[in-house]
Every structure is written in C-alpha cells, then in structure tokens.
Design a protein around this ligand. Structure first.
Ligand code: PAF
Length: 306
C-alpha cells in the first residue's frame, strides 16, 4: 500500500492523523510543531502494531501534546540469514489502530528515502552491544542505533518511548542519547503480555498452536527464576541451569541464551545481587523470541537481614 501524504479523520473525535513519507516533509512539520510550542513524543516501530505498541503510544500521548509514530522495517538491523523478508506487515490495520489511539503523525518512509544511494554513516554503541543479543546478532544494534538516530533527527521529539521487552535495545539507545548529548528523554514501558503470559511481539504471528504453548515457557521460566531468588538461591549458574532445562522440556524450543547479568553493564554475574537482569532468547520452531525480567530483592527482606 502506497501512502504519500494523507490525512485520516476520525468522525468520533474530529482528530486528524497525517501520514508522511518524506523525511524532509516530516522534519519540516516537526520543526513547525516545536516553533508553535508543542511537545513531541516519538514511538519508533516496524509496524504490524500490537497491544505492546499501542501501550507505548498511550504513554507517549499522555506525556506530550503531539504524538508521532514511525513505521519502518529497517533492513540494516537484520542479518542476511534473518527474517527481514517475512517480517509481517499490515499497513491498513496499523493506520486504523494508530488513528484509534490518537496518533497525530505517522512517519512512513521507504528504504530508498532512509538510505539513499551514497549513504555512508553508522552509529555504534560499543560495550553493552557485546552481550546478549549482540552475540548472536552481530551488527543488529548498529542498525538499530543508526536508524533511531536518524528518526530522532527527522521527527525532533522531546521524548521517545520504547518497550522494556527489548531491554538491551532500550539500554543501548539510552547510552547513545547520553554519549551523543541528544536532548531527548528516553522512556521505557513495562512489557505487555497476552493473557497466557507471552510477551506481545509482531513475531508471535509465526507461532503454530503447538509452538505457542511451548513459547509460554519463556515467561514461566522467568517466574521460576523469581521464585528461586525469593527462596534464597543466589548462584547464577544454578538458576540458569534450572531455567534452561525447564525451557528445553517444551517441544520445538532451542535456546540462544539464558543470561543472568547486571542490568546496567549487561555483564554476566556469578552471584545474584539486589538487582539482576534475567534475559532470554529462545527459538521456538523458526521464530526467535526474547523476554526478560529484573529480579529485585524485597527491601523488607534487606532490612530484616541487617
Ligand atoms: O523495536 C523495534 O521495533 C525496532 O528495533 C526499532 C526501535 C523501531 C528500530 O527499527
């Protein structure tokens, strides 16, 4: 579906949503909004919008008076062997969902517009991209930070909203914003889950009925980590092993990683401290899923132990 620059009205709210394909036009509009004194939130997406995205939009809308979302399947964050070609798309459904949430602008550029011939610049965050997904998806975060930096420059937001399901992505983008002195507030929103516990993701669409049942093991394994932590287990190796064998008991699962690490540096830890990130990447059938949680020691427990 080709959408040039068009407006979609909502008869119930009288609000119009504008779809803009051209980066120059989007930049012009964003600048005009700023000059008129508006605050702008950006929610970057790759489309095929689900409840998780809609929650990011609601948060963006609550904290600013103009909400821009971008829909762009960014080829530079996919390796040649990954699922770029089959990444799900639903432009018509996306526009309808965005309109209902009250999005003001959808930035919807083409690959050609984002990476024209002669394009030669990338943004790379070094240390924290060496862990977790950075190991099995080399170059992925460089693709993410490059496109997000471009989206920031094009849409000029005061605030940008990302999901905590992509914990490492959120950490990497926050680091980029600090390192490059970008004047943008980064907000992380808790993971939205379907009633069966599975974290919402555009890729869930690829799961067969049987795989979907197995995919529940990700959240259940995080619950297991939480339970072990509350029961006093502090040895990361023991917890990791328990989670791995729990997940592998479910058919069609193949573990990419189960990691217990520091939530700031993303460095592996051996002994759990007051705050530990448990992060997982698991292939279920042909679909790679990620999930995570942060284990916090109950403050009451710390007081009573002292
Ligand atoms: O999380 C995503 O959907 C993408 O990585 C993002 C942030 C839109 C960049 O392409």
């Amino acid at each position: 579906m080709v959408v040039k620059q068009s407006s979609f009205g909502d008869v119930t709210t009288g609000v119009t949503m504008e779809v803009i394909e051209s980066p120059a036009k989007m930049q012009e509009r964003a600048e005009a909004l700023r000059l008129a004194g508006h605050t702008i939130s950006l929610v970057p997406t790759m489309g095929f919008l689900h409840e998780g995205h809609l929650e990011l939009m609601r948060v963006g809308k609550k904290h600013s008076d103009k909400l821009i979302i971008s829909i762009f399947i960014n080829p530079s964050q996919f390796a040649p062997n990954e699922d770029l070609g089959r990444y799900p798309r639903d432009t018509k459904g996306d526009l309808e969902k965005a309109r209902k949430v009250g999005v003001d602008f959808i930035f919807y550029p083409s690959v050609q517009e984002m990476y024209p011939e002669g394009y030669q610049t990338n943004v790379r965050v070094k240390g924290i991209t060496r862990h977790l997904c950075g190991i099995s998806r080399p170059g992925h975060f460089e693709g993410v930070t490059t496109v997000v930096a471009k989206l920031f420059n094009i849409t000029k937001p005061h605030m940008a909203v990302f999901g905590q399901k992509d914990f490492q992505q959120l950490t990497v983008i926050s680091q980029m914003v600090i390192d490059l002195n970008m004047d943008i507030q980064i907000v992380g929103v808790p993971t939205v889950r379907d009633p069966d516990g599975l974290a919402t993701s555009s890729r869930n669409k690829f799961l067969s009925r049987e795989e979907r049942i197995s995919a529940r093991s990700l959240k259940k394994s995080l619950d297991l980590a939480d339970e072990m932590f509350r029961n006093g287990d502090r040895d990361a190796r023991v917890i990791k092993k328990a989670l791995e064998s729990f997940i592998l008991r479910h058919p069609h699962t193949e573990i990419d990683y189960v990691t217990l690490c520091d939530p700031v540096t993303l460095e592996d830890i051996q002994t759990l401290t007051d705050e530990t990130l448990v992060a997982l990447a698991v292939r279920v059938g042909t679909t790679r899923l990620i999930d995570n949680c942060v284990l916090h020691r109950d403050p009451d427990q710390i007081i009573s132990e002292n």
